[in-house]
Design a protein around this ligand. Structure first.
Ligand code: SAM
Length: 679
């Protein structure tokens, strides 16, 4: 069929493609249904194949047909998203787009460029053990080297997701297709095709080419099998010429994936906690990738190590072969994009496929925190009236009094009014909150020296100094030492008997104050006050969170020691807690990746049941207020898998911070603090 005016082909993609005239399509742009993402609900829909190999095999076959219909100098823009394959909690990134592209090049497509579409307004992601996904690739394929695509305009496209009125959830933004079309040398009479038309975005953008500064008289053909989509397309594009097409039987085979190619392995052995390695070229990258298969590599690294391998001058096979890590005992967690302005290179984050431990990924160290302006004069700022969101107990309050300030005027201690009481709160200074949160040190009970690491669920747990066992019984559990900053505040508080962070009745609060201390001011607090929400407009507020980041396995292990000492099994602990706890309690005692940490309220109950008084649990119970500014998502955003950098060593340090132990990270932030002379 020769297409001479805008047309919708209503039917199966393969059957519709068969109808097109050979060599007629100048430009194709499409986004197929992603694998196992959504159900469209018609016979023969794509995306529901039982394996990625079948899905890729089917698309490869369809795109073979498209190639036949492409003009010799035509280009094909293919946008496709990825998928995590989920098993016992640790999901593996399948690399579907790159596998598809790889197989397409094996069948004769020429890959001109891989564009990275960074979705500036990406969806928030609650996950804690990997970067949020923020981009999708757009492959630029051609039939021949000589074609109508203009290269060299940059491979990073920053384009927001677009809201649409259409009842279709997988619409690509017009801006994306406009950008792609701006890179094409159109001629009058060119045919533009979208073989998975959806809501017809591609045709809308083709219509814009007709009205651009250098207008070209192009026409489009849209294919879709969904009846509803055909209706949407008609409405949105104004296309009236709709042709119904009957199914055509066709066969496809699942693709067969390749093994890592032969080559001499070069095991990276720099740090047992993980590796960051940015290779210059494919050869170096492959040697390192091969290196992870060696016994030497596995023996050297901890089972909870985290790896980042990237490659600067990359080719498609560098994006393809990391998908094979899964078959050799690793899971791929992220393909990160390192972007230097207009171009990008990939960095793969992966870890051992272990059920025993969670790999190290301290997301909190890299969350995007909106930074307060450095030159604010805190003395002049009014903090009374600020909202406080308690992240752990999920409730809201307001600051009604500032009791003490840091040297620069930032509040250090505040009184917060909650529904049902008031509490005295320690406030983290925005410039040193990291230092405080990482600040708990574990000291060997026998020799008093700091330990390098907290409890190690897969290691020996001996003190590196005196070689005595630690963490083996309650007797040799290390002493947890708080940073001086907090210890000092606590000391002041000893003069009154309120626990920091504990919510009490306002009346009780008042009568217990000691008039000689700065808490005398408590007498003058207007307990009923509920000042206006002036600050809300600036998007500033406080959150109430834990003061310290303490490794979850350490807590779980400590709880287990306490539990055993009090002669209880997990079931008995569960039974002594209210019913709504039953699903969570088990996780508190797990040191593997399924573990979780009790919130302060739970800890109070637990400490009663396990008759634990002080020690680690009371540190874990400590809460503080943290300053949040300019609409930063609570706790700061997951920074996402698109990283803009200019310097390699900065990038490497950024990634390394995710897995180094607290003791080392403390040095990093202390050094940084000294450099900026904040203290
Ligand atoms: C991801 S959507 C395309 C969205 C489009 N890019 C837009 O902006 O609206 C994929 C489309 O493929 C269609 N589709 C799925 N299987 C198909 C098949 N076997 N033949 C034809 N169309 C199919 C679905 O109906 C869906 O509209």
């Amino acid at each position: 069929m020769k297409i001479v005016r805008d047309t919708i082909l209503h039917g199966d993609v393969y059957a519709c493609l068969c109808r097109l005239e050979t060599g007629s399509v100048a430009v194709a742009a499409t986004s197929p249904p992603y694998w196992k993402q959504r159900i469209y609900g018609f016979k023969g829909e794509i995306g529901q194949e039982s394996t990625p190999e079948e899905y890729i095999g089917r698309l490869v076959k369809i795109f073979d047909k498209l190639k036949e219909k492409m003009r010799d100098d035509g280009v094909f823009f293919l946008n496709v998203g990825d998928k995590y394959f989920s098993r016992y909690g640790k999901s593996n990134l399948l690399q579907i787009p790159y596998r598809l592209a790889y197989h397409m090049t094996k069948r004769g497509w020429i890959l001109e460029e891989v564009l990275c579409w960074f979705k500036v307004n990406y969806m928030p992601f609650p996950g804690r053990d990997r970067f949020a996904n923020t981009f999708e690739p757009v492959f630029v394929f051609a039939k021949n080297r000589k074609n109508i695509y203009r290269k060299g305009l940059g491979t990073v496209l920053k384009i927001p997701l677009q809201q649409t009125p259409w009842k279709h959830t997988a619409v690509y933004p017009e801006k994306l297709i406009d950008e792609l079309f701006s890179r094409v040398q159109f001629r009058d009479g060119d045919l533009v095709a979208d073989v998975f038309g959806g809501t017809g975005t591609t045709a809308v953008c083709a219509q814009k080419v007709k009205m651009s500064l250098s207008p070209r008289n192009v026409c489009s053909v849209l294919i879709d099998k969904g009846d509803d989509f055909v209706e949407i397309m008609k409405k949105r594009t104004g296309i009236t010429n709709v042709v119904k097409v009957k199914d055509v039987a066709f066969k496809w085979d699942p693709v067969v994936e390749e093994l890592l190619p032969d080559g001499i392995p070069k095991a990276r052995l720099m740090d047992k906690h993980g590796e960051v390695f940015i290779a210059e070229d494919s050869r170096e990258f492959f040697a390192a990738l091969k290196g992870v298969t060696t016994e030497e590599f596995k023996r050297f690294h901890r089972e909870d190590a985290t790896y980042f391998f990237g490659v600067k001058n990359w080719s498609l096979s560098d994006l393809y072969f990391p998908s094979r890590l899964f078959s050799i005992g690793y899971i791929l967690r992220n393909m990160l994009i390192a972007s230097h302005g207009k171009t990008w290179f990939p960095i793969f984050m992966f870890a051992r496929d272990s059920k025993k431990v969670a790999y190290k990924f301290n997301l909190d160290r890299i969350r995007v925190k909106a930074k307060p302006q450095p030159l604010r004069n805190w003395w002049k700022e009014e903090f009374v009236g600020f909202k406080v969101a308690d992240l752990l107990e999920k409730k809201k309050g307001r600051i009604i009094k500032i009791l003490a300030r840091y040297g620069d005027g930032f509040p250090k201690m505040a009184v917060v009014k909650w529904n049902g009481g008031v509490s005295l709160e320690f406030v983290l200074h925005p410039e040193k909150d990291e230092l405080l949160m990482e600040g708990v040190e574990f000291l060997c009970k026998a020799c008093g020296r700091p330990l390098n690491e907290p409890y190690d669920p897969i290691g020996k747990n001996v003190c590196s100094n005196c070689k005595k066992s630690v963490w083996h019984s309650l007797e040799n559990v290390p002493v947890a030492k708080e940073p001086d900053e907090v210890a000092e505040v606590l000391k002041e508080l000893e003069r009154i008997d309120y626990q920091l962070g504990q919510v009490v009745q306002a009346g009780r609060f008042q009568t217990k104050t000691v008039s000689t201390s700065k808490f005398a001011e408590l007498d003058r607090v207007n307990w009923g006050a509920s000042p206006g929400a002036r600050k809300l407009m600036l998007g500033e507020y406080f959150t109430k969170t834990r003061v310290y980041r303490i490794d979850q396995p350490s807590i779980a292990h400590y709880l287990t020691l306490l539990r055993k000492a009090s002669g209880l099994n997990v079931k008995e602990v569960i039974e002594s807690l209210p019913k709504n706890y039953h699903h969570t309690v088990g996780h508190w005692f797990r040191t593997d990746f399924g573990g979780s940490t009790p919130v302060p309220e739970d800890l109070t109950l637990l400490m009663n049941i396990l008759s634990a008084k002080n020690g680690l649990l009371s540190l874990l119970k400590r809460t503080a207020l943290k300053f949040q500014t300019v609409k930063a998502a609570i706790k700061g955003r997951n920074p996402g898998d698109f990283i803009e950098t200019t310097e390699d060593n900065q990038l490497e340090a950024y990634l390394r911070n995710l897995y180094i132990p607290s003791s080392e990270y403390r040095k990093v932030i202390e050094k940084k603090a000294k450099q900026t002379q904040l203290f």
